[in-house]
Design a protein around this ligand. Structure first.
Ligand code: PMP
Length: 391
């Protein structure tokens, strides 16, 4: 048997030990964490819809109609009209032919990638793609070629030298850096080399593009340019689950082949109804996105002026680069002592030597909340004085 206790001890020695905090109450910037009030800057609830009264009402009203549990998988007797209506709503929202509702983004990426590529095919994956994409690639048994982050020229050379079926997969917005994939360029090379382009827009849906339709829409691209869009519903949409959207033939194929869709219990149908309500809000409420944008711009100017190093991001994900694991944890701890929750992200989630504080903003943060964060960061700046910054 492996010595699990020793491996845990090694993690502790290298500053990589992971712990969980106990949160009570609904998800919102003011959180109760381990019994203490905290102001959180680490949620992915970018639009503040996880606790929106309209969405809560939609869920409450749905329950008598649908009951609670999903009871069976979609292909047995779990596929409820509520799921079907959500899929139609998601297809309309993303301007795509059809959509398929998955239980989580992790399962969507695993299921979609492993269904659309097989042994003998080649998958090209951005070096900074999310763990669920990496696992989907491994599960497919295809040959995996990782290309340098956002490097379309390197990808193009790889594509030109590869025969057989090709699939290119990228995050739309990178979860730990907050930057965006060069989607127009990626769409162009994929068309040229007849490769299927799959974009995981977990962090773009709801936040970017006209009416929050995501990074593909923001780039003015369509289903023809990016045939497979994966979106998650537990982040800006504020509920739970995920979807894939694209041509009907692909969705039909996924129903036949995506194991994480086929062999799992359908989500509670009431969640699908609440998700439709949330999509309605996202589409019509531009004020939330505008406020979020103002918070982000102000933060970038002021944190940079204090001497912090930020990433090239204009999304709600605004990492503060630290480099050293211990220094990242010390900064996070110092902020926590001032009542601010900003988690340190360390390897293997980010490359070695690139530990950071992942600051995320929500439309439910006020400018006073931002001032509290900036004041605390100002008082902690000296903690990084002797640290080699990664970037
Ligand atoms: N893709 C990306 C880019 C993500 O950041 C995440 C979650 N952090 C997922 C997929 C997984 O989504 P879910 O949380 O719904 O499983």
């Amino acid at each position: 048997m492996r010595n699990f206790a020793e491996e845990i001890e090694q993690r502790k020695q290298t500053g990589l030990y992971r712990t969980r905090r106990l949160v009570s109450g609904p998800q919102q910037p003011e959180l109760t964490v381990n019994g203490k009030p905290m102001l959180s800057f680490c949620s992915n609830d970018y639009l503040g819809l996880a606790n929106h009264p309209g969405n809560l009402d939609a869920l409450r009203n749905a329950l008598p109609e649908t009951g609670l549990g999903g009871a069976a998988s979609h292909l047995i007797c779990g596929h409820h009209t509520a799921h079907h209506q959500l899929e139609e709503r998601l297809a309309a929202f993303t301007r795509r032919s059809s959509a398929l509702f998955f239980s989580t983004g992790y399962m969507a990426n695993m299921g979609v990638i492993s269904a659309l590529a097989a042994r003998g095919d080649t998958i090209f994956s951005d070096r900074l793609n999310h763990a669920s994409i990496i696992d989907g690639c491994i599960l497919s048994r295809a040959t995996i070629r990782r290309y340098p982050h956002n490097d379309v020229a390197a990808l193009e050379t790889m594509l030109a030298n590869t025969s057989g079926h090709k699939l290119v997969v990228t995050d739309g917005v990178f979860s730990m850096d907050g930057d965006m994939a060069p989607l127009k360029e990626l769409a162009r090379v994929c068309k040229h080399y007849d490769a299927l382009l799959v974009v995981d827009d977990a962090h773009g849906i709801g936040v970017l593009g006209p009416e929050g339709r995501g990074s593909i829409a923001e780039c003015g691209l369509s289903e023809d340019d990016v045939p497979v869009l994966i979106g998650t519903l537990g982040k800006a949409v504020g509920t739970s689950g995920a979807f894939v959207a694209g041509p009907e033939v692909l969705m039909d194929y996924l129903v036949q082949k995506a194991r994480t869709y086929i062999y799992t219990t359908a989500m509670p149908p009431a969640i699908a109804i609440a998700t439709c309500a949330s999509i309605d809000l996202i589409e019509r409420d531009n004020a939330r996105r505008d406020h979020l944008g103002s918070l982000i711009s102000e933060f970038r100017v002021r944190a940079t002026a204090m001497g912090y190093t930020l990433m090239d991001s204009r999304t709600p994900i605004q990492p503060i680069m630290v480099g050293d694991n211990w220094a990242a944890m010390a900064l996070s701890q110092a902020l926590e002592e001032q009542g601010l929750l900003v988690t340190a992200i360390r390897p293997p989630t980010v490359p070695v030597g690139e530990a950071r504080l992942r600051v995320t903003f929500s439309a439910t943060h006020s400018f006073e909340d931002l001032e509290r964060l900036l004041a605390a960061l100002n008082s902690c700046r000296h903690l990084l004085d002797n640290t080699d910054l990664a970037v």
